[in-house]
Write a protein that binds this ligand. Structure first.
Ligand code: BTN
Length: 240
């Protein structure tokens, strides 16, 4: 593992992508104190103020088919949850598919970006992880203030410890990624199962109830007409 620490960058995912294109080794980990244009799923921006958050991206060169790239995100969700619980003692919940919550507030988002080269396996993948380690002094911006939370309420110099522990736990799962040794933990610690949710697909949405998470990490939901659908995280997001 090789850690690269930056004071500031637009996005560690973007930075790591450039390194990957230039042939950087797997498990090169880029960490920045702050991001000026951090982003998440569905093109949303990811608030990345100075120091209070951990913004990291891991370069991977997985020997898996593109359909299995979701295993990376879900293995990472379990790794982050375990690292947080170990280091802080706080109990985490995983919100399908890529968010970590503590006490009903989102403390971490994960974004995996995969590059294809036309063959059966991925060329490279960038695993991006953003964790709110402590609450920024100025608080969270108005638009996310009701959903965003942090692990600690006061500044804590503990980012490096989190980054390393997350990477080590993730590397263990990644060794045998297709074994999905993280599936049980992912299911057991998911906070969406059995809940009423809103399924959002572009500009449309509908109410549903979550039934379970299948072996490919699809969320199985039942709508109000009792129709069951397997949701693919690439297309939809959910609101609880
Ligand atoms: C989400 O909540 O939709 C995912 C957020 C992912 C944010 C992380 S922060 C490090 C890396 N760099 C980015 O620009 N995004 C990811």
């Amino acid at each position: 593992m090789k850690y690269i620490y930056l004071k500031e960058t637009e996005s560690t995912n973007k930075y790591a992508k450039e390194l990957a294109k230039q042939g950087a080794d797997e498990f090169t980990v880029v960490i920045a104190d702050r991001q000026t244009a951090g982003y998440g799923r569905m093109g949303r921006s990811f608030h990345s103020p100075d120091s209070s958050g951990l913004y990291m991206s891991i370069i991977l060169r997985p020997d898996i088919s593109p359909e299995k790239s979701l295993y990376i995100t879900t293995a990472a969700a379990v790794s982050v949850s375990r690292a947080i619980e170990e280091i802080s003692g706080k109990k985490c919940g995983i919100k399908w598919v890529n968010d970590i919550y503590i006490d009903s507030k989102k403390v971490c988002g994960i974004l995996t970006e995969a590059a294809f080269n036309g063959s059966d396996t991925l060329d490279y993948a960038i695993l991006g992880i953003g964790v709110n380690i402590y609450t920024p002094q100025e608080g969270f911006p108005a638009e996310i203030k009701n959903i965003a939370g942090s692990i600690y309420s006061e500044p804590a110099d503990i980012k490096k410890e989190f980054a390393e522990r997350i990477t080590v736990i993730f590397a263990e799962y990644y060794k045998d990624l297709e074994e999905k040794n993280f599936l049980d933990y992912y299911r057991e610690n998911n906070i969406v199962t059995g809940k009423k949710i809103k399924v959002i697909n572009g500009s449309t949405s509908y109410d549903a109830e979550t039934i379970y998470i299948d072996d490919e990490f699809r969320l199985i939901v039942k709508d109000q007409n009792e129709n069951t659908t397997a949701l693919d995280s690439g297309e939809v997001s959910i609101r609880m």
